[in-house]
Design a binder for this molecule. Sequence first.
Ligand code: GLN
Length: 477
Amino acid sequence: MKVYSIEQWHDGLLNGTIDVSLYYQQLQKEALFQQKRLNALTTICFQTPPQDLIFNSLLAGVPYVLKDNICTYQIPTTASSRMLKDFIPVYDAHVVQRLKQENACLIGKASMDELSMGSTNMTAITGPVYNPWDTKRIAGGSSGGSASLVASGLVPFALGTDTGDSIRRPAGFCGVIGMKPTWGLISRYGIIPYAASLDAVGVLTRSVQDLSIVLEKIAGYDFHDMTSSRLSIPHYRQNLSLDISNVKVAIIQNIVDILEDDRIKTLFQNCVSLLKKAGATVHNITFSQTYLEAIFPVYQIIANSEATSHHASLDGIKYGFQSQGQNLEEMIVHTRSQGFHPNIQQRFILGSLALKQENQEKMFKKAQKVRRLIVEDIQKILKTYDIVMIPNGDGIAPLIEEAKSQSHTLVDDFLIIANLAGLPSLTLPCGFVDDMPVAVNLMGRCFDEQTVLNCAYTLESMMPYCRQYAKGERNDV
Ligand code: GLN
């Protein structure tokens, strides 16, 4: 099966070099093969484009997948949780409506960490998602299915969600591009939440151009989501430019210094040199060590408190999994104890603790105050600089066995700043270590997606990792 970018798809359909029904027959076979190899789909739902498909848009006829926390009318939406394993939504999320208008073709729902809580994609009720570059390794999470399927070449784009780093981490591990846009740029109507003040819908692709196309189609105001912005959406793709001579980039030196693997450091330094070569002004700066160390605890308290509150509705009464009990309370306790993975229950306990009246001041409210300080600090940096660049983590995708004990480092934590401050943040592959992809991350000012995209576009044009994918050998299975 040939692997196409969105533009190649469009051109091929228009000039007749792609036979849609034949391609979709091959795609079904390929999806089954990749499913055996990667375990990245929770539902396969082929909707072959109609014979009289109207090429009204660049996305017409283009296959894609959605993270399984994005509601799809009459198609199961499980958030990879036992609690929602039989949940069939009665409406489409706003982003799904938008993609339907474009005549894009949903071919499946992608596995994720349960309720988006995790970074390994090991907690999905359907089991781990494997990395297409080496199936002994994890794809990362929580949008692991989305990243893995784009990286396998099955689809040119996927949607995911990102609350802490959940698009960018799996994108980095799988060697694809992943962007979490500004908080409020894309409607979250119909998305099963994790933590509303941090959640964002985003896009995963194999090229910056494809990412710009999809972003433009799904961004913008939605009446159903009062947090969606009313700003008009720029023509990201049309505005893509390789001229970054007026862009000022800050490198967070104390993050780079933490890197333990010199090979990752070298790949990162190569990106710094490329940006300079392209004419950008690049300065090394230091981020407050105190704030750096505060990111994770602040995030944990806020994310888990919000999650505890959002998911109070998953009690087995209205929908989802239901257990038994002598009375209502016992039934709810049994439902929630059996319906959620122990990791999730642990998070709800932490969230409840932080929200308890006597703890609110010293936990939840304190975390909010420290969040404000961290946000002010990064915003101060972004007054002088257009872009902040950091390595996208300090290692390659771990082996399944290694990933069982979840860990995080200060390098990983820095990605969370984009969620605390609502900033656009894009992860781009920048090389290989031990035959596994490594990535770099670019953050920009709120609603200035274009500068982030332009820097990524420039870097991409100078590195050979655009459009890469790992299809796998038939004897892998
Ligand atoms: N790994 C982080 C967590 O588990 C981020 C998850 C996400 O962004 N959804 O909270």
